[in-house]
Design a protein around this ligand. Structure first.
Ligand SMILES: [Mn+2]
Length: 402
């Protein structure tokens, strides 16, 4: 029986990622602040490793975004890792922080930029093939990993064939890739690479004590037949996009020769992104609409430091504009983004069929009912409301576009 081995795991910090093109529509200043906060969260995670006296820090990839990461951020990271010496840090580069001759994992590149070299307590898995190293202080513990060497999708099933390694009582795998049974919200995100796919069965057949996984951005675990956790994605370090709504973690774990005996989730970011939908149908005044929004935000557990993505749906009383109703809420959060999907509460059923308006409603609703294509249907619905705006209010504004 070996003494339990303690580790800290985090991944997918995506340091200095741009945060542009997000549905959260970060204003420039808050975006800059958020980018700094994510770096601070990574440094806090490194401090946690020391506070909890772990024996290793495991980072299964996407530590930074290669195209945008600054020298200043890398310098802070290198200092934080060096401060952990002699505790080793193991890094398996992912698709966003791939390890190439021109990447920041190369000491020559750092030197050319007048930066310090990688600290000696950091082990980077630089080869695209699996290699295994022994823990410097715990020879009964092995760590196996590989590197992405460019940001391209790998179709090959890398975990299909057994990975050769010496027999030991505790074996850890660091792996960056797509677990095919993963169900988190970022799985089908636009632009998300499906890469180095593997199944639960393939991973379990490898027989590692534990696999620290990277690539997907929500916590997810793979459990064996005995109910023991055999692999986990810590998820991203801090939320940046709508698909990253919810809490994010660093993992503090303990492994014995029986496998994982403890795995604790620790938050290092004070903000949570919330995806909140409020149906305003039936709220017949400005005050009633506001009250409904307030109640829903409260139910969702939102706090002042959080980021809120607010979707308003349903029928809004005529003359009320959603954007005018939420100004008060905007100031209550670090950031609030509104998507107004409401339609005016026109009485579609009660329209008189002898009037132009009544015939227009009837004709448009028939066309909508005959359409099975969702895009065509959405277009016809918008046309119905633009037409009614013209007929009833005598004024048309482009307000029904998403
Ligand atoms: Mn990735």
């Amino acid at each position: 029986m070996v003494t339990a081995f303690r580790f800290l795991q985090f991944s997918d910090a995506h340091l200095d990622s741009r945060l542009t093109g997000s549905r959260l529509a970060w204003p420039m200043q808050k975006r800059a602040q958020r980018i700094r906060e994510i770096t601070a969260a990574a440094l806090r995670a490194c401090r946690l490793a020391r506070e909890h006296k772990v024996e290793a820090l495991f980072i299964p990839g996407d530590l930074w975004d290669d195209e945008t990461v600054s020298a200043g951020t890398i310098a802070q990271l290198l200092e934080a890792f060096a401060a952990l010496d002699p505790t080793p840090v193991f890094i398996a580069p992912g698709n966003h922080d791939f390890c190439s001759p021109t990447s920041l994992y190369n000491d020559d590149v750092l030197r050319a930029r007048d930066m310090r070299a990688w600290p000696k307590n950091v082990h980077i898995f630089r080869s695209p093939s699996f290699t295994t190293v022994r823990h410097p202080m715990r020879p009964e513990v092995t760590i196996t990993g590989r590197a992405f060497v460019q940001n391209v999708s790998i179709e090959e099933r890398l975990l299909r064939e057994p990975i050769p390694r010496p027999p030991t009582s505790v074996s850890v795998l660091l792996f960056h890739g797509s677990w095919i049974e993963y169900e988190g919200r970022d799985r089908f995100e636009e632009g998300k690479l499906f890469t180095a796919p593997f199944s639960r069965a393939e991973l379990l057949a490898q027989g590692f004590s534990y696999a620290a996984l990277g690539h997907y951005h929500h916590y997810a675990e793979i459990v064996d037949e005995e109910g023991r956790v055999r692999a986990a994605y810590a998820g991203c370090l801090a939320g940046r996009y709508l698909s990253e709504a919810g809490p994010h973690f660093v993992l503090l774990g303990e492994i014995s020769d029986r496998g994982i005996i403890a795995l604790e989730k620790i938050r290092v970011d004070e903000r949570t992104i919330h995806d909140v939908e409020v149906d305003v149908t039936g709220a017949d005044s400005e005050a009633a609409v506001r009250e409904r929004i307030r109640r829903r935000l409260c139910e969702c557990g939102t706090r002042a430091s959080d980021v809120v993505f607010l979707r308003l749906t349903g029928r809004l009383p005529r003359g009320l504009r959603a954007s005018a109703l939420i100004d008060r809420f905007e100031h209550e959060y670090f950031h609030l983004a509104l998507v107004d999907l409401t339609r005016p509460a026109y009485d579609l059923d009660g329209a008189d069929p002898r009037t132009v308006q009544g015939r227009f409603i009837h004709e448009m609703r028939e066309r909508i009912a005959r359409t099975s294509d969702p895009d065509q249907r959405a277009l016809l619905e918008r046309a119905l409301y633009y037409g009614l705006d013209a007929l009833i209010q005598g004024k048309v504004e482009p307000i029904y576009e998403e």
